[in-house]
Design a protein around this ligand. Sequence first.
Ligand SMILES: [Zn+2]
Ligand SMILES: [Zn+2]
Ligand SMILES: [Zn+2]
Length: 345
Amino acid sequence: MELRKDPITRSWVLMANGETFEATTAACPYCPGGEAGGVTPILTHSIYGQHSGVLVYPHPRPLYRIEGESERRGDGFYDRMRALGAHELIVEGAEHNSSLSMRTEAEIISLLDCWALRIDDLKRDARFKYITVFKNYGETSGQQIRHAHSELTATTFIPRRILYELRAAQEYYQLKERCVVCDIVRQEEQQAQRVVDLSPRYLAICPFASRVPYELWIVPRYHHASYEADMLRDRAYAELAGILKRSLARLEQVTDSYHLVLHTSPNTNRRPEVPGYWNTLQEDYHWHMEILPITEKRSKSYSIKEVYFSSMPPEKAAARLRELPASRKAAPQSKLTFDEGKQSK
Ligand SMILES: [Zn+2]
Ligand SMILES: [Zn+2]
Ligand SMILES: [Zn+2]
C-alpha cells in the first residue's frame, strides 16, 4: 500500500497493489469462542470500573501500518509516501449482527467512550496528523467484516474533506470571528425545518446542502473543537448516546446501509507545517458526526459523481425522519448496566 498525492487537488490517494481479498466462509473470529483468531486486543475496554464488551484489535486487512516513518519523497515533482498509520477494528460487542440502534444505551455509551480513548491515545503519537473513527454499516456501504464493528484510522495526512472543513472554518472565523458550525446550529434551531431531533446539548439535522437523501449530522449545541477532549472531560455520554440511538433507529427505517464518520480536530501535538495554521483551531473548528445513508443502489453517472446530486431536499427528509418512530423493537436485555452513582465525574 502506498500513498500518492494528486498534484492538482493536493489530495492523497491510497494505492493498493492490485491484490484482491477472497471472502472466507470460516467461522467469525470475533464471535464468542473465535478468540479473534489468536490476535491480542489493543484494548479491552472498561468504563465506570466494568468491562464493557467493546474490544479493539488491529484491523486484519489494514490500509495503514504503524511501523516506521512515512518516508515522504519526491518522484520528479510528484509526492509519494508509505501508508504509515494505524487501522483498528473496534468490535462493538459479542453479538455478530447488531445494528447500533438496537444496542442498549449502556453499550452505545461504552462505544463512544472507547472511540474517545483510542483517538486520545493515538494523538500522543506525533507522527499522526489526523485520527478518526467511522462505521460502514450494511451490504452496500463497503462493510468488509460482518461482525458488528466500527473502525479507526490514524494518518500522516489530513483527509481531503476534513482539510476543506478546516480551511473553510478558519477563513470564516477570520472574517466573522465566529464559528461557522455554531452559526449553523443557531439558524437551524430558529428555522426548525431541518431538525430531526433536539436534546439540551445536541442537535440532529439534515444539513442545508445535503449530499445524499437523509444525510444527517449530530452536532453539539455548545462549542468544542475536539470530540475526545470534550468527552473525556467528564465521560458523561448518556445524552449523546440517546440522540445517536434515536437518529440511527429512524435512518434504519429508510435505508439498510450508511457511512458514519466522526469529524474532530486534527492532532495538535504535531507541529503544523505552516506556522500559525492552528492558531484559532480551538475557536474555529466544531466537532460533529456525519451520517450518509446509502439509498441509491445503482452506480452514479459521471456528472452526478462530480457534482453532488440528491433526489430529496433535507426539509422533506427531516420531516419524514421526525415522523418515524425513534426506536426499533425493544433491544434485548443487556448484561451491562451502570450504577449512575458510580460514574466518575
Ligand atoms: Zn461474529
Ligand atoms: Zn462552534
Ligand atoms: Zn464534517
